[in-house]
Each structure stands twice: as structure tokens, then as C-alpha cells.
Design a protein around this ligand. Structure first.
Ligand code: ADP
Ligand code: MG
Length: 729
């Protein structure tokens, strides 16, 4: 009888927080202790090798074999000093997770002797058995092999006893098979485009980097309770379960005091992260019970993306020490908030200027406004691509569910900047009069420094909000790899900046406008052209969905719908123009994403069918039998007069029968739809069939199962209940 559930509850109730031993060193001393960063490289490598690595990082220069050997030798010596016995090329295949295959340094040399070996060739390139990673047909079409190649821009690190070398993963014909490669290409593109534009204002700028500060939301549930739920174990979310009577309605969790066991987990996580160079700084309770957030300081985007992938990995490991399971799913439990991963995004010059932060002088503010307005224009022009970049089966539950930004992409900038843009919208066409320019510089552009950081209003309902010195892309899902949204965002920004420069130069060369006048003219046009993407109101409201529609903004509610734009000719042209992805890569990714969607829904459908049929129905029947026994007994005692005593029980018996009948019918129908969908070859049609014909059964089945949960004796119910999962600590 319901043993797993009660065993799990008993286990959970007996848990004590694990004592986390704070290392003897302070966190500031521990920072990067397991990272082969430039300080260590300098110490462990000859000067020429160190300089070669710097050139590779800063100018993308190639590292020759001799240098690579020297780098490898230094890296090995350091790694062994940190206790490493193995090394691995660490990469991010399109499965969305990270991949590693460990090889020992140890190498026998014959006659019972051995050495520790790690040379340049092992550092620079590896050939993992790649056939089991998704490739969307790339490797079948071209070449059967893929290889990993060292990314010197992200430092190697030691995790446990393994030296991990961040790498890209590409096919032998050069197509990207991972998340990092297109991101690196997009970062290169934004560097060129943004540097060109920044040089209108400051000739000293030679490089622009993208900065990313992510905020990771997650749930912690007890490992024993999680194991008791097949849906949580395999799909990462509850596919059924009556809503707990108390959820988040009292709003007593957000920033509340952190439960002890969770705090112990966080402390160990932080210690691990800091040693790995992930600069985690913030921790707090989130809105839902058992929901938390961890956030680092921002870093260069490629490194930040690696660090987020690493964090997700480390979280799972640390959680197991504390008998927790980390839920990174976007919507683990219906009826309470799901989890997101805000991507705080900005651009920064090698002169140390944040291009999305208002400056101190009118000149630097004109630079800020240029980048700010171009960002809005980029989101306006490519809103659908941005939407596609965050589409996933998990995120479909969250977007537009009154807790996360809607699936409609819009930009929030706050009242003061709206006023500035309104003024700029009216500047004269052509050359500005000296008076107008003075007025603009003094009273419009010049006033911006007054909008200090703390002054920007916060609109939590916007998917893309300006927050004083950066944009916050809030619609990214909690389990997502940030590489994709960052790749898209930087590519569309690069394209917009490239066009901006073209437009400004055309006015300078063609119409002999002064530079500032040309810039004001183009900004005016961009403000007008992108106006409809700006929205300052409540993004969660019904009215916004209606208004957005009348503005002609898209509202793609499902992943198959949202992904379509990726393979449009305009998207292929864009990514090819910036050499971020070619047509083959785009189409392969598109197919992989559709397949992943299909598989996730397929798996959820199977699990739901199984638990409805094997857990819920038999339990309902067992309880129904008890009721039937009871009615029989009443009949025996009261004979002909039994009905007044048994009427309620008889109603319950009927109710249970009807729920069972519904569940059985819906499960059978769902299976039929799955069979039909499985016959479809075309990836997009198949995903659509799963989305439109299979998935709608989930809610119907859940509804009746949840009703039974309320009717059946609690002692018999086999599945850990929502309230237990969220409130047992
Ligand atoms: P919240 O959104 O929770 O109110 P903050 O506004 O304080 O939090 O900042 C959130 C995140 O923004 C932090 O992770 C921080 O590292 C990041 N951030 C701050 N400045 C930048 C920047 N220039 N580029 C990218 N991210 C940034
Ligand atoms: Mg935030």
C-alpha cells in the first residue's frame, strides 16, 4: 500500500541539514583556485607560449604545434598540482547539456614504468565518438566524424580530479555541432559591427565585447520524494497532482528566510562555483515554495555561457550530497510559478565603457542612445527570431502564464527614456540648426545622466526590459543553454549596427550632413520605425495580447509555431551574412529542435499514460472496492432501509467509475494520436501533430486524475502529493 510515497516521506522527515565545512581559506582566496586563468598561465608557461595564448584570445591568432605543446605542458603541471588525474575536452552538444569523456594522463611506457602525458595535440583537438550526439543529419550528409577543438578564450578548469578544456564541437567539414561555435561567431560579428559604430564617438575603441549576467531560478525537492514520482524523475515535472491548498498566494516565500537544508546546499554550491571561477554573488528564495535563485556577477558572454552550463552541472552534483534533486524545468509544478533564466545583456568597449549605460557628457550619451535605439530596432526587426531563440517544450508552459513574460516580444524602457525618444523623434530632417542642436545636447541628450540606475522603473512583466545599464531578456527558460538567445541577440544587434553605419555614412557622403546630424537623422527614423515594439504597460494582461495583435506583433504560443521563422530565407540570409551559421547548420539545428520537442512530448505522453493506468486507476478501483464493501455491509445491517445510509457512498462509487472511464478513454485516444503522429516523417509536421493532437490530452487526463486524488483515501494514494513535495523539508 502506497509504500514508496510513505517511505519517501519518512526519509525526508528524518533528514538533517548536512554540515558544510567552510574551507579554511576565505572565498576571495578560493576564487578561481581551480581555473587555469592568465595568472596561472603566466606562472606555469614560458613567456612565448603565454603570449601566443594571449594573441589567440585577443586577435584569434593560431597557436602552432610547438607552442601548443608548451601550453599543454604548463596546463598539465598545474592540473596535477590541483589533484587532476584525467583530462577531458568539455563541450556543449546540441542536447543542451555538457559532454565530457575522461582520459587519464597516465601512460605506460613499458617495463612496468609509466609517465603523465598530455601534449599539444591532445590539448588542441580530439575526436570523440560523435555518432550519438544530435547532428540533424549533418554528419550523415557530409562526413561521418566530428571533432572538438580547444577554445582558448574560455580557461581550462579542474573539476573533481579532471582537467576540463572548454572546446567547440564541429564536423570535419566545418559545420558547428554545438552551441558554442555559432555563439563565438556571433560575438565576433558584434565586435566588428559595434566597434565600427563606437568609433563614430571614440576613435580609441578597438574592440567591443558582449557581457552577460544570468540569473538562474530553480526548485529543490527532496531526492526521495522526487524518486517516488516517475514523472519528476523522467520528465522533470509533475504531469499530475492536485494543487496544494497553500501555494504562493500568501506571497510569503519571495526573499523569505532560506530553509536550512537549502542554505547548506547553497553554501556548498557557492564554494564549488567560486573555486571554478563562477563569480556567484546572489542567493535568495523565489516566489514559489522551494524555489530559489542564484546569480553571479556578469562576465564576457562566452565565459558566462560556459559558466552557466557548468553551474547546472555542479548544481546536480552538489544537490545529491544534500539528498536534493534540482529541478531546472521551466514549469515543474502546475499552479505555481515556473523558473526562468534572465539574461542581462550589454556591450562593453576595450576602453572600459558600457555602451548601454548613459554617460557623463552629451557626446557619450549620444553614443549610449545610438546603441540603445539600435537595440530596440534590432528587437523590433527580429522579434520572431528572438522568440524562436527561447522556444522549448518546457518554456511553452511558462511564457504567457501570468508569471513570466508573454510569448509576445516587446521592449520596456521606462518613462524617462520614452520621453527622450519622443523628443528625438521630432528632430529636423537634414542638417539641424545650431539652436536645435544646442537644445538637444543640453536638454535631451545632456539630461540623461540624471536617469540614474535606481531611477529606472522596473517592469517585471516585460520580456525585454531596459534596467539602467543593460537590457534584461527575461523570457529565457531556466533549463536553456544561454548560448542560443545570446547568439541570436548579438547577431541581430550586429546586423542593425551594420545597417546603422551604412545609413549614417550614406547621409554623410551622399547628403553632406555633419556626422552628428546624420546620426540624429538615422536615430529619428529608427525610433519611428521601431515604435510598435515598445510597451510600458502590464505584459501579463489580456488587453496587451489584444493590443499587440492590433499592432501586428506576433504571439507564438507553441514551440513548433515559434521555430518556423528560423528557416525562413530572411533568417538564413541574416546568419549567413554574419557568418554565424550557414543554411546547412540552420536547417540541421531546426530539425534537432523540432525532434527534441517531439521527443519530450512523446516521453511525457508515455509517462502520463503509464501512471494514469498503473498507479491512478488501480488505486481508484481499490478504494472503490472498499466503498462497495461498505455499501454491502450497510445493506446487511439496515436491509431494505439501507439507502439513506449508503446514498453518498453510492454516489462516490459512481463518481469514481466515471473518472476511471474518462481517464481510460483519454489515455487510449492519446495513444492512438501518438501512433498517428509517429508515422509522420516530416519533422515539423510531426512536432505539430504532437503539439496539437497529443498534448491536449495531458490536461484532460490530469484533470480526472487530480479529481480522484481528492476522492481516494490518502493512505492508499501512491504518488507523492504536491503539498508534500513543496512543503516537506
Ligand atoms: P535584478 O534583475 O534581480 O533586480 P540586478 O539588476 O541587480 O538584479 O542585476 C541582475 C544581473 O545583472 C546581475 O547578474 C548582474 O551581474 C547583471 N549585470 C549588471 N551589469 C551588467 C552588464 N553591464 N552586462 C551584463 N549584465 C550585467
Ligand atoms: Mg532580473
Amino acid at each position: 500500500m502506497a509504500t514508496i510515497r510513505f517511505q519517501a516521506l519518512r526519509e525526508t522527515l528524518n533528514r538533517k541539514p548536512i554540515t558544510v565545512v567552510e574551507p579554511s581559506m576565505r572565498r576571495s582566496e578560493l576564487y578561481c583556485i581551480n581555473v587555469f586563468n592568465s595568472t596561472k598561465a603566466k606562472h606555469y608557461m614560458p613567456k612565448e607560449a603565454y603570449n601566443a595564448v594571449l594573441d589567440a584570445i585577443n586577435q584569434g591568432a593560431r597557436i602552432d604545434r610547438k607552442m601548443a605543446d608548451q601550453v599543454a605542458s604548463g596546463m598539465k603541471a598545474w592540473a596535477i598540482s590541483r589533484g587532476a588525474t584525467h583530462y577531458t575536452h568539455w563541450f556543449q552538444p546540441l542536447t543542451g547539456t555538457t559532454a565530457e569523456k575522461h582520459d587519464a594522463f597516465f601512460e605506460p611506457t613499458g617495463e612496468g614504468t609509466a609517465i603523465d602525458k598530455f601534449d599539444g595535440s591532445q590539448l588542441v583537438q580530439q575526436e570523440p565518438d560523435a555518432s550519438s550526439f544530435p547532428s540533424g543529419g549533418i554528419r550523415n550528409t557530409f562526413e561521418a566524424r566530428g571533432y572538438t577543438a580547444w577554445d582558448p578564450t574560455s580557461p581550462a578548469f579542474v573539476m573533481g580530479t579532471t582537467l576540463c578544456i572548454p572546446t567547440v564541437f564541429v564536423s570535419y567539414t566545418g559545420e558547428a555541432l554545438d552551441n558554442k561555435t555559432p555563439l563565438l561567431r556571433a560575438l565576433q560579428s558584434i565586435d566588428h559591427a559595434a566597434t565600427d559604430v563606437a568609433r563614430y564617438f571614440d576613435k580609441n575603441v578597438n574592440k567591443v565585447i558582449c557581457t552577460l549576467g544570468w540569473e538562474q531560478e530553480y526548485f529543490l525537492v527532496d531526492a526521495a520524494l522526487a524518486v517516488s514520482r516517475p514523472d519528476l524523475t523522467m520528465a522533470g515535472r509533475l504531469l499530475m497532482g492536485h494543487q496544494a491548498a497553500k501555494g504562493q498566494q500568501l506571497e510569503d516565500n519571495y526573499f523569505g528566510s532560506i530553509p536550512e537544508r537549502a542554505l547548506a546546499f547553497m553554501r556548498e554550491l557557492e564554494i564549488e562555483c567560486i573555486q571554478l571561477g563562477i563569480p556567484v554573488k546572489t542567493r535568495h528564495n523565489e516566489v514559489a515554495p522551494n524555489q530559489f535563485e542564484v546569480a553571479p556577477l556578469f562576465e564576457e558572454a562566452n565565459l558566462a555561457v560556459d559558466h552557466n552550463s557548468l553551474l547546472m552541472d555542479v548544481m546536480a552534483k552538489v544537490a545529491s550530497h544534500h539528498h536534493f534533486k534540482v529541478l531546472l524545468h521551466e514549469k515543474p509544478v502546475a499552479g505555481i510559478n515556473g523558473s526562468g533564466k534572465h539574461n542581462n545583456w550589454s556591450l562593453s568597449t576595450d576602453t572600459g565603457v558600457n555602451l548601454l549605460a548613459p554617460g557623463k557628457t552629451p557626446k557619450s550619451n549620444l553614443m549610449f542612445l545610438t546603441f540603445f535605439i539600435c537595440a530596440i530596432k534590432a528587437v523590433h526587426d527580429y522579434a520572431d527570431l528572438l522568440r524562436a531563440s527561447i522556444a522549448s517544450a518546457g518554456n511553452d508552459h511558462r511564457l504567457g502564464a501570468n508569471e513570466a513574460p508573454p510569448a509576445i516580444i516587446s521592449v520596456f524602457i521606462g518613462r524617462q527614456l520614452t520621453e527622450v525618444l519622443n523628443e528625438l523623434e521630432h528632430v529636423t530632417t537634414g542638417n539641424l540648426s545650431p539652436e536645435e542642436k544646442t537644445e538637444l545636447k543640453l536638454n535631451v541628450v545632456g539630461k540623461i545622466p540624471e536617469i540614474l540606475l535606481d531611477n529606472t522603473d522596473r517592469n517585471r512583466t516585460s520580456p525585454f526590459a531596459f534596467t539602467g545599464n543593460k537590457f534584461e531578456f527575461r523570457a529565457v527558460g531556466s533549463s536553456a543553454n544561454c548560448a542560443k538567445p545570446m547568439m541570436v541577440l548579438n547577431t541581430i544587434m550586429a546586423e542593425t549596427l551594420r545597417r546603422f553605419k551604412q545609413d549614417v555614412d550614406a547621409l554623410i557622403d551622399g547628403q553632406h550632413l555633419k556626422k552628428d546630424d546624420a546620426i540624429f537623422n538615422v536615430l529619428r527614423e529608427y525610433i519611428k520605425a521601431s515604435k510598435k515594439i515598445r510597451f510600458e504597460g502590464d505584459g501579463y494582461s489580456e488587453d496587451w495580447a489584444k493590443e499587440a495583435e492590433s499592432r501586428g506583433l506576433s504571439n507564438f504560443k507553441t514551440t513548433p509555431e515559434a521555430l518556423k521563422i528560423q528557416v525562413a530565407q530572411s533568417s538564413i540570409d541574416l546568419f549567413e551574412a554574419h557568418q554565424v551559421m550557414n543554411k546547412v547548420e540552420i536547417e540541421a539545428r531546426h530539425e534537432i529542435e523540432l525532434e527534441e520537442y517531439t521527443k519530450r512530448i512523446q516521453i511525457e505522453g508515455r509517462i502520463l499514460g503509464d501512471i494514469a493506468t498503473n498507479h491512478v486507476i488501480p488505486t481508484a478501483i481499490a478504494y472503490q472496492n472498499t466503498l462497495i464493501q461498505n455499501v454491502r455491509g450497510l445493506k446487511e445491517i439496515f436491509e431494505a432501509d439501507y439507502l439513506p445510509h449508503a446514498a453518498q457512498q453510492i454516489e462516490m462509487i459512481k463518481g469514481i467509475s466515471s473518472r476511471i472511464a474518462h481517464i481510460k478513454t483519454f489515455v487510449d485516444e492519446m495513444i492512438e494520436e501518438r501512433k498517428k503522429a509517429n508515422k509522420i516523417e516530416h519533422a515539423e509536421e510531426k512536432a505539430e501533430a504532437y503539439c496539437n493532437n497529443v498534448k491536449p490530452y495531458f490536461d484532460k487526463i490530469k484533470y480526472h486524475c487530480d479529481k480522484l486524488e481528492l476522492m481516494v483515501d490518502d493512505e492508499l494514494w501512491p504518488l507523492t502529493k504536491t503539498r508534500e513535495l513543496l512543503f516537506t523539508r
